[in-house]
Design a protein around this ligand. Structure first.
Ligand SMILES: Nc1ncnc2c1ncn2[C@@H]1O[C@H](COP(=O)(O)OP(=O)(O)OP(=O)(O)O)[C@@H](O)[C@H]1O
Length: 477
């Protein structure tokens, strides 16, 4: 019998040998749920009363088990479902680039297969302990409601929060994953005159579309099969407090109409009842999608978008917060050292430089996770640039290539610098050939294979282009 007291752990892996063994061993300490694919994981999540505290995720999952893409998507979806979940990657596909990308997406750590079960137990217990400490920190934030940062965009953000806290309109919070939207929603509540009233948070991505209406608005007795008693919904439970609708872009279209009505006049009905009720709750919504684009695609109602977006808070991405990256590092390295009974690590000057130019695609959540790993690996030690780089996402190089301005010497040399730091065994000839090939192919694509035009585009003559293509072909063979 699964005990309600045990923390919930979800294992997502398509290898039955792994899932069965882990289920057997870990069931003593965890309430274990297993899924073999991303689709199955979603349906298991929807059946659970409370989100899992922990997840163990394989990267290569069906329908493309030889690639990490499904695993990457699972990480995003799990965090969308429950932002405080601790996700560990358990993977045989431990090429650096994959593992680091998974970490940047929000996983706390990775464990290479085959894994030592005892070590795994320890890692899971440790993640759980940190999660408890983090939840406690959020419920007891000291200054600024836990929102750290002194940079100009953070100061502007705080000002906006205090301006909007008591405004009689909903607030829409837009920002990348891990940038602090949930923290901002709770700050809006705590700063408002409603702070003594309930603060309820519902993740629209996490509720089944079938049950969403009942969850939000409640139902009357006998409203549908299985509705033995009447039930209040979130709007009712929130009373005069704040209702935070996270991932609002995921709300089914039919419910968007009902939400619009509540926003317009506060009115709603429980399913199966004719009595109209009034909600006095303040609505705060958040999204990491571009809602204007969702409107354009017909997935989000334009009238609802206009209602929600009267007051919009645009949360800055961590990479735009300059020295805050360092301030957050200091804060979290102290925090995790304290929580794990270790001495904090410190970055040496070069590592510090690297930290300050890193892109942080997963924002503050990624920063926290990097800090957790560095605390575990280098307690009380000085971390050098190479040690730090091996914790950072390599895919940023691929992305930064796109934004590279060839005319800008600095951008090029920064790019080269990062490339050298993050990839072992670079061969300059191969790098240059790869660039040449990319340009030649692009020119041929743009000109639909017309050699003369492609040569013109590239600023070389036709025969030179022809011989370069031949060299490339020979090189390929
Ligand atoms: N400015 C900040 N100061 C301190 N902690 C922060 C800050 N911003 C974010 N965090 C922390 O980073 C983590 C991610 O933040 P949060 O869950 O609020 O992000 P989010 O934008 O809601 O992400 P998602 O879209 O994935 O749900 C949390 O642990 C949060 O406490």
């Amino acid at each position: 019998m699964a005990s309600a007291q045990l923390p919930v752990l979800m294992i997502i892996d398509d290898d039955p040998l792994i899932t069965e063994t882990l289920h057997f061993v870990l069931s003593k300490s965890f309430d274990v749920y297993v899924a073999e694919s991303r689709t199955q994981a979603k349906s298991v999540l929807r059946q659970l009363d409370q989100p899992p505290s922990l997840a163990l995720v394989d990267l290569g999952l069906p329908p493309v088990p030889h690639k990490p893409d499904e695993g990457f998507k699972v990480i995003g979806e799990l965090l969308a479902h429950s932002p405080t979940m601790k996700i560990l990657v358990l993977s045989g596909q431990n090429e650096d680039v994959n593992v680091k990308h998974a970490l940047a997406l929000g996983a706390v750590d990775f464990i290479a297969k085959p894994c030592d079960v005892e070590r795994l137990q320890g890692i899971l217990q440790n993640a759980l302990k940190l999660q408890d400490a983090e939840l406690e920190e959020v419920s007891n934030p000291t200054e600024n409601y836990g929102l750290l940062g002194e940079s100009q965009p953070m100061q502007a953000l705080r000002k906006q929060i205090s301006q909007f806290a008591d405004a009689p309109f909903p607030v829409l919070i837009e920002g990348e994953s891990g940038s602090g939207k949930e923290l901002i929603a709770s700050s809006l509540h705590r700063m408002s005159q409603r702070s003594k009233q309930p603060y309820l948070s519902v993740n629209c991505a996490a509720i089944s579309p079938m049950l969403a209406e009942s969850i939000l608005f409640g139902h009357g007795k006998g409203a549908f099969t299985g509705a033995a008693n009447s039930h209040t919904g979130y709007f009712e439970d929130a009373g005069e407090g704040t209702l935070f609708l996270d991932e609002i872009g995921e709300l089914p279209l039919e419910l968007q109409a009902k939400l619009l009505r509540v926003l317009e006049n506060g009115e709603y009905q429980r399913i199966g009842e004719t009595q109209t009720r009034k909600s006095k709750a303040r609505i705060v919504a958040a999204t990491n999608r571009d809602l204007r684009e969702e409107v354009r695609l017909g997935k989000f109602r334009i009238d609802l978008y206009h209602r929600l977006s009267v007051f919009t808070i645009d949360v800055p991405a961590l990479r735009t917060l300059e020295q805050d990256r360092y301030l957050l590092l200091e804060h979290f390295s102290q925090f995790y050292a304290r929580e794990t009974g270790q001495k904090p690590f410190t970055l040496d000057p070069k590592a510090k430089q690297r930290w300050l130019v890193y892109h942080f695609p997963g924002n503050v959540r990624e920063l926290r996770n990097i800090t957790i790993r560095l605390t575990a690996k280098y307690p009380g030690q000085l971390v050098n640039e190479q040690q730090l780089s091996s914790e950072l996402d390599l895919m940023e190089i691929a992305e930064s290539n796109e934004a590279l301005n060839m005319a800008d010497d600095n951008a090029l040399s920064n790019h080269a610098h990062r490339h050298l730091q993050t990839e072992a065994n670079i061969n300059l000839d191969q790098v240059l050939k790869a660039w040449e090939k990319a340009y030649v192919n692009a020119a041929l694509k743009v000109t639909h294979g017309n050699l003369s035009q492609a040569a013109k585009l590239l600023g070389i003559n036709r025969t030179t282009l022809y011989s370069r293509i031949q060299i490339q072909e020979e090189y390929k063979e």
